[in-house]
Design a protein around this ligand. Structure first.
Ligand code: ATP
Ligand SMILES: Cc1cn([C@H]2C[C@H](O)[C@@H](COP(=O)(O)O)O2)c(=O)[nH]c1=O
Length: 243
């Protein structure tokens, strides 16, 4: 029996982008995600707009548990990764395989920031789970099970977004924005010091992988933030320059 070809050695056929959007609660990311999707669609992309935790019927049930039920930090981590695995199989990988772009409101960086830096779950454990859930040997399995579709990881290792937009805002600004906006969920109800740790986690991950991360200063008027998002995507060739 011949060995399966590792996914990263299959010729790159993917046309769409995988873009994740991150930031502490109240950073303002949800306010701009639709505009990003619309800009991509105007330039001819099929766009799948989705979110984590969530994005599938099972994932949305897990989201409700994560946001509202008290639990241990490792349980939280495992539920986030369980929802992600289902999301990848049902939504993300099939969309990328057919050439669509995926814009995802949070992905694995949120688990590192919230459960790792925020709650103190060991980063090494998170890396192991990431390898399990997003490793290319598992994507190979998906490739074989969905006939006619080829998904290719850009490089060996784990499936990661091509680009991660990080809405960076001081925790006190985010807290003020959320104060009267809605009833806080379990995360939004956390103390300032928790969000300081989460924000520091995002900053460390962004510094470690500058080729993937796009920092958007979001302590600014909405229109300025939106313009910064669209121009950052244009500078990187994600959006075409329009005359
Ligand atoms: N640039 C801005 N200036 C002032 N208020 C803003 C700005 N951007 C968003 N807001 C307001 O801040 C609140 C949080 O915004 P939004 O829901 O987009 O943040 P988020 O990052 O998606 O938060 P979460 O992750 O908790 O869903 C909303 O009430 C929104 O109207
Ligand atoms: C993916 C993911 C999310 N979280 C947290 C972060 C937020 O507080 C909520 C999601 O709410 P949002 O308003 O839609 O951003 O979940 C997390 O702790 N770990 C994760 O992996």
């Amino acid at each position: 029996m011949t060995e399966p070809v590792p996914v990263h050695q299959v010729p790159l056929t993917r046309k769409g982008w995988f873009i994740s959007v991150e930031g502490i609660d109240g950073a303002g990311k949800s306010s701009h995600i639709q505009a990003m999707a619309t800009a991509l669609e105007r330039q001819g992309h099929e766009v799948v707009l989705t979110r984590e935790p969530g994005g599938t019927p099972l994932g949305e049930k897990l989201r409700a548990l994560l946001l509202h039920d008290a639990m241990d930090a490792l349980t939280e981590t495992l539920l986030a990764f369980a929802a992600r695995r289902q999301h990848m199989r049902e939504v993300i990988v099939p969309a990328l395989a057919r050439g669509a772009s995926v814009v995802c409101d949070r992905f694995t960086d949120a688990t590192f920031a919230y459960q790792g830096y925020g709650r103190g779950v060991a980063l090494q454990q998170l890396m192991q789970l990431e390898q399990w859930v997003q490793g290319d040997w598992l994507l190979q399995d998906i490739r074989q099970s969905e006939q006619g579709q080829t998904y290719v990881t850009p490089s060996p290792g784990v499936l990661q977004p091509d680009w991660t937009l990080w809405f960076d805002v001081p925790p006190e600004v985010a807290a003020a924005r959320l104060q009267n906006a809605r009833e806080p969920d379990r995360f939004e109800a956390e103390a300032r010091v928790f969000f300081e740790r989460v924000a520091a986690g995002y900053a460390q991950r962004a510094a470690a992988e500058p080729q993937r991360w796009i920092r958007v200063v979001s302590d600014a008027p909405r229109e300025a933030v939106q313009a910064a998002v669209l121009s950052a995507l244009t500078e990187r060739g994600v959006l075409r320059k329009e005359g």
